[in-house]
Design a protein around this ligand. Structure first.
Ligand SMILES: [Zn+2]
Length: 365
């Protein structure tokens, strides 16, 4: 017997999330006049044998709104899939729900983000809409080559890809462009390609492409040319997620052990995100990303070292610093778990030079 949600419960859940998907790394709008992609998903399964099933709940509790979370179809499928079941424990889903509800509450009475977002669209940004009708790599090149390498551009493009509004092969074309243009000095274009490919769960390249991309990435890091850090970083990440950890390890080593790499990374990510506080927000979002596991969770270690040792006023408050330190501690722990003891030593001794102790807090607190 299955304890399904009744319609009033579904409506309640949708409203509580402000009609958006509650997954913090998704947050798409789920409803409109013609399309409805929202799902009232069970936190604890509706029937025995389902994900997170809790026999101690009564049928009434199981079909009440307290046991539901509003998600888009993609995320609902993700949390209920056998493959990922253990990545989405009850506590995590409750946290998502709380955050989504808090944000929905805060948005009531404010101007619609649709309107706020639409206003500043530039003609360059507007070209991204053509991603959905791109037919080959040449057209894709036309669209992305005029874009600037900033978060608003890449996140809009990634949203289009994640929502499956682009051709399935768009990431294959992206990889083709990346390989073709490597060495042409188009750092911005390559950076955009790298970030798009870091939507690794949607990228399924043949081995030969992975080989080629991996070689380029490793060579670049070996030659210590941090001019291409904007592409090397997301690309190494994407390759690691595809089971090719070598460039990622090399990148982490460069970023933890070498000042000029950290400087380059600090400068490029500040420009990319627009400010240190937005960068810090992105890092904390990354750490909650359920698709990141193992060393991928240490990816922002250099970024966090930069944020803590070169504080800007908006991140200088003790609470902000404590949060950043917590994130850095998590990243360093991942390095430790992966057996990267030299990197752990490098990072902690560097931080000690700034009186930053990950275990104990700072003298100014
Ligand atoms: Zn979603």
């Amino acid at each position: 017997m299955s304890d399904r949600f009744l319609k009033p419960v579904k409506i309640d859940l949708a409203m509580r999330a402000g009609l958006t998907c509650s997954n913090p790394s998704c947050r798409v709008y789920t409803g409109g006049p013609d399309d409805n992609i929202g799902v009232a998903a069970h936190i604890s399964a509706a029937a025995p044998g389902g994900p997170r099933y809790d026999a101690s709940l009564s049928a009434r509790e199981r079909r009440s709104s307290s046991n539901g979370i509003w998600l888009c179809q993609t995320c609902a499928k993700l949390i209920d899939s056998k493959e990922f079941e253990r990545r989405f424990p009850i506590g995590l889903l409750r946290l998502w729900k709380n955050i989504a509800e808090r944000q929905a509450r805060a948005y009531v009475g404010t101007r619609s983000p649709f309107i706020a977002d639409l206003a500043p669209v530039t003609s360059v940004h507007a070209r991204l809409i053509e991603l959905s009708v791109t037919k080959n790599e040449n057209e894709l090149y036309e669209i992305i080559s005029g874009q600037s390498y900033v978060y608003s551009t890449t996140s809009e493009a990634r949203d289009e890809i994640a929502a499956h509004r682009t051709p399935e092969t768009v990431l294959d074309w992206t990889a083709e462009i990346l390989v073709d243009c490597w060495g042409d000095g188009e750092a911005e274009l390559l950076g955009i390609c790298g970030v798009l490919l870091s939507s690794f769960e949607l990228w399924n390249p043949p081995t030969s492409v992975l080989d080629e991309v991996e070689n380029l990435c490793v060579r670049e890091i070996k030659e210590r040319d941090h001019m291409l850090i904007g592409v090397v970083e997301p690309l190494a990440f994407a390759l690691a997620a595809k089971g090719r950890p070598v460039p990622h390890r090399a990148f982490l080593t460069a970023i933890v052990a070498e000042e000029h790499w950290r400087e380059a990374e600090h400068a490029r990510s500040r420009r990319y995100y627009g400010s240190d506080s937005r960068k810090a927000l992105a890092v904390s979002r990354h750490m909650r990303d359920p698709l990141r596991a193992g060393l991928l969770r240490a990816n922002d270690v250099g970024r966090l070292m930069g944020l803590l040792t070169r504080p800007t006023p908006d991140l200088a408050r003790p609470r902000a610093r404590a949060l950043l330190r917590g994130l850095l501690r998590e990243s360093v722990l991942e390095l430790q778990r992966a057996g990267e003891f030299d990197l752990v030593k490098e990072a902690t001794s560097y931080l000690a030079g700034y009186d930053i102790n990950l275990e104990k807090g700072e003298p100014d607190e």
